[in-house]
Design a protein around this ligand. Structure first.
Ligand SMILES: *Cc1c(COP(=O)(O)O)cnc(C)c1O
Length: 412
């Protein structure tokens, strides 16, 4: 929208681990752990076992189904600002969705409201490590335990994030990571499910065997999509795959389509095939050093952003070291944020938005969500924007973004 001509190169909105053609070798035998993705993920996280599912959403469906079987309870408490797929997963399981507002300017639950929402029918609360930031699971856990409820950590955006030296996802009862496009390491779609205690892990595995079938059609489709991703994930071609549709959506004034928030209520549930698992297994070898690069860059850029008045970087608690798929910034107000986006969104610089709305404000979620007063979630949606942590966004381009942020901040 800012530029009439499309940019020559396109920075992706998140730091995807750059794919390598050799990841695609059909010979799983020469991949680490013979292409066993669960084993590679468990090594990376330093845990005994990881359960592989076809998406983050599917991981949540499996966890909720298993927990519902164990406790019989029905209410699931999720942040009022999160991925709409989380709400759809709860609906898919036939469970009751309860929204909890965020604390002001934070990704964490409003603790007082969470305590009010927890009761004897509460199955689980889902604290969420949004944007790779490390959420306050301890408080959510204390409140949920009081009511006898489970805690599931949504770490879909936080593979590699740690707190107190341990990976996120293991302080609650269960946690999940997403391997979808745009979340870092990808099998085009995929999910990793972890649980702290072995008995619950066995229940999660049993539930998965019961409700998740093999589907040839889905595996074929995802395999072709993964090949397409390998072909197009480079600055010279991302304009075609990502930039052009983005700019079309912005021109029609459809921000939900621009960020791909327009999800279908049909949640695919199928096993993740062997070949895609071996692609992911090979990619895991490059993940630690890639995450280090992204973190070092984020630390430098954090210092730069701190010099811009009216811009707040959403950061981690002192004992935490999150992952940095992108930088999540809060601006003074919606008008300032929108002024920045008019220049930067669609300019090919990797500036974007996270989820466009608070959950009650998506039309297609109305049947599951209903009316809610969630002012902090709405303010978060209205005042935040994201800057990619992709290493392809060089310092010069980042400085250009900072200049725009500075200009709109002073104009306000
Ligand atoms: C992406 C995402 C999910 C869902 O993960 P998929 O792998 O896309 O199904 C859940 N929660 C959050 C916060 C996410 O960003």
């Amino acid at each position: 929208m800012a530029k009439s001509r499309p940019p020559r190169s396109e920075i992706p909105p998140t730091a995807g681990l750059p794919p390598r053609w050799r990841d695609l070798s059909p010979f799983a035998g020469n991949a680490p752990h013979h292409g066993d993705l669960a084993r590679c993920a468990a090594d990376f996280l330093g845990v005994e076992e990881v359960q592989v599912e076809c998406s983050g959403t599917a991981s949540l469906v499996v966890a909720l189904t298993a927990m519902h079987r164990l406790s019989g309870r029905r209410a699931v408490i999720v942040p009022a600002y999160t991925c709409p797929l989380v709400a759809l997963a709860v609906a898919h399981c036939g469970l009751e969705l309860r929204l909890c507002d965020l604390a002001p300017g934070s990704i964490d639950f409003d603790a007082a409201q969470l305590a009010r929402l927890c009761d004897r029918d509460t199955l689980a609360a889902v604290p969420t490590h949004l944007a790779g930031r490390v959420a306050d699971v301890g408080t959510a856990l204390a409140i949920a335990r009081e009511a006898g409820a489970f805690v599931i950590e949504d770490a879909a955006q936080a593979l590699g994030a740690r707190r107190g030296g341990r990976p996120v996802g293991l302080d609650g009862d269960a946690g999940f990571f997403s391997l979808a496009v745009g979340k870092g390491l990808t099998t085009f779609e995929g999910g990793l499910l972890v649980a702290r205690d072995a008995p619950l892990r066995r229940e999660l595995a049993r539930t998965s065997r019961e409700i998740v079938p093999y589907r040839f059609g889905w595996e074929l489709e995802r395999s072709l999509q993964l090949l397409g991703y390998h072909a197009l994930y480079r600055p010279s071609l991302l304009g075609l795959a990502y930039g052009a549709p983005l700019r079309r959506a912005l021109r029609r004034g459809d921000p939900v389509a621009a960020v791909g928030d327009d999800f279908s209520a049909d949640i695919p549930l199928h096993t993740l095939g062997r070949w895609r698992q071996s692609v992911g297994a090979r990619a895991f070898a490059r993940l630690p050093s890639f995450l280090q690069t992204c973190t070092a860059q984020a630390m430098r850029r954090k210092t730069r952003l701190a010099r811009i008045a009216g811009v707040t970087l959403i950061d981690d608690p002192a004992d935490a070291a999150g992952s940095w798929p992108f930088l999540l910034l809060r601006l003074r107000d919606e008008a300032t944020r929108d002024a920045a986006l008019r220049v930067l969104w669609g300019a090919g610089l990797g500036v974007s938005r996270l989820f466009i709305r608070a959950l009650p404000d998506y039309g297609y979620l109305q049947p599951f969500v209903g009316e809610h007063q969630v002012p902090n979630a709405r303010a978060f949606a209205a005042t935040t924007l994201t800057i990619s942590s992709s290493p392809w966004l060089d310092d010069e381009a980042f400085e250009a973004i900072c200049t725009v942020l500075q200009t709109v901040a002073t104009a306000a």
